[in-house]
Ligand binder design. Structure first.
Ligand code: 9WN
Length: 436
């Protein structure tokens, strides 16, 4: 069974690998290179094709801007089957954007640092991988400097995101609180996603109006970070995004330690790491809910809803042992019922929960992969195994879908897999989980 899933996963990844040296997330629905997808994909590739794994990271980092920014989508081709494409995003408006690659002007969770470390841990030829890392690591470091110097207006060690697409958890009900503060114009545009996937599984037209409006504001200001911090109606400190930065800081510190001769960079990362972890625990922890939550920096208030992002700090060693216990208790109480697969992307006890719709409730394999490792690190072996086995069961039942209905009993509807099929990170990360 195990070998069979791994072989099928390899076929998915190989079919999605493109001539340009990168992997698309899913044929039809997502035809370009995405930032955090690339990282997860590289982990899977490292298990069986080191050259592709290295290429994946290289092609992403080649599209870095001169200010250290790494975009969320790199448009390697002129494919017009995705909306909004490069002609809407217009990365050329920023004076320091890549002259060679078209991209978006927004980013995604900074996973690349810890991915480099994972790749090193996975491969047999450590010397070869360390050499590769030596050639790439400064780009990732520059990306972290970009975040700390441009995305932290109150100098707290917590960086903001200015768009829901930067979070990776696009239509999470957490953002409904922000949409309530906005009233964007009605845009006329042609959706492409709903030609690939049923509209009921995707964000609504009105949600897209909000998404486009925020980009318009950023474009009117040539993607200038200071202006965005001043004007964007969406300005959020996201626990998932910041946990990824912290996890990657730690990996960069350890990798630079192995490489040697980078004391100034290690010192910079350590200083920020300490500050970030302290602020994270102080500002994003919500005692009443027993969980980490998002903070709305524009309106200066916490967003009191629990999502799978609330548990991602376990993966980055952020909570104390005691706090981790409270967090895991919250998770099991709200998300861990016997009638559900772990882990729903949004709180099943919340009115906004939808078990089948995108980031409003379904299980996502990348979140499970992080949760599995976090739980294991804190000694919750049994729950970790459940997260792993649930992930395997869902994929074995239905295939390598983008997300899965989190209910065990779905009545007449026997299908559990939704969104894009043959989805790359589901394939990549299941390889990693099965090899663990
Ligand atoms: C917008 C590629 C991406 C993932 C995101 C996921 C989805 C895009 C979309 O697909 O977002 O970035 O068009 O819906 O939410 O996490 O990186 O797989």
């Amino acid at each position: 069974m195990k070998e069979n899933i791994i072989n099928r996963a390899i076929s998915v990844l190989d079919a999605n690998f493109q001539e340009g040296g990168f992997t698309i997330p899913s044929k039809g629905l997502y035809p370009f290179q995405w930032k955090w997808d690339s990282g997860f994909i590289a982990v899977g590739l490292a298990h069986y094709n080191t050259d592709h794994a290295k290429k994946e990271i290289e092609t992403l980092l080649n599209a870095q801007w001169d200010n250290g920014f790494i975009p969320h989508i790199v448009f390697h081709t002129d494919d017009d089957s995705y909306f909004p494409g490069h002609d809407f995003h217009r990365s050329d408006l920023h004076p320091l954007s890549s002259k060679q690659y078209k991209s978006t002007g927004m980013t995604q969770p900074p996973v690349t640092g810890f991915i480099l470390q994972d790749m090193l841990n996975i491969v047999d030829d450590k010397e070869d991988m360390l050499n590769f890392i030596k050639g790439q690591i400064d780009k990732v470091y520059d990306n972290h400097v970009y975040f700390y110097e441009n995305r932290d207006p109150q100098n707290e060690g917590l960086v903001y995101i200015y768009h829901n697409w930067e979070s990776g958890t696009d239509n999470s009900p957490v953002w409904d609180d922000i949409w309530d503060t906005m009233n964007p114009p009605e845009y006329t545009f042609e959706r492409k996603d709903t030609t690939h996937v049923d509209a009921s599984e995707r964000p609504s037209k009105r949600e897209y109006d909000h998404y486009l409006y925020i980009i318009d504001i950023a474009k009117q200001n040539n993607y200038d970070d200071t202006k965005i911090a001043e004007l964007s109606p969406f300005l959020v400190q996201d626990p998932l995004f910041n946990a990824m930065l912290i996890k990657s800081n730690q990996a960069l510190i350890e990798l630079y330690g192995m490489i040697g001769g980078n004391d100034d960079k290690i010192a910079y990362l350590r200083k920020n790491q300490e500050k970030s972890i302290a602020s994270f625990n102080k500002k994003l922890w919500n005692t009443e809910l027993g969980a980490y939550v998002h903070y709305d920096l524009r309106n200066e208030k916490p967003i009191r809803h629990i999502s799978s992002s609330s548990f991602s700090p376990l993966f980055a060693a952020i909570p104390s042992k005691e706090r981790a216990e409270v967090l895991v208790h919250t998770m099991m109480e709200r998300f861990g019922g016997d009638d559900k697969y772990l882990c729903a992307s949004f709180d099943p006890t919340d009115d906004r929960f939808d078990p089948r719709k995108y980031w409003r409730g379904p299980v996502w394999i990348n979140m499970n992969w992080m949760l599995y490792r976090g739980l294991k690190d804190y000694g919750y072996q049994e729950i970790a195994e459940r997260v792993k086995n649930d992930s395997i069961e869902l994929i074995e039942r239905d295939g390598f879908f983008e997300y899965f209905d989190c209910r065990k009993d779905t009545g007449k509807e026997t299908r559990k897999g939704y969104g894009g099929d043959n989805f790359s990170w589901s394939a990549a990360l299941i390889i990693d989980l099965l090899k663990d």
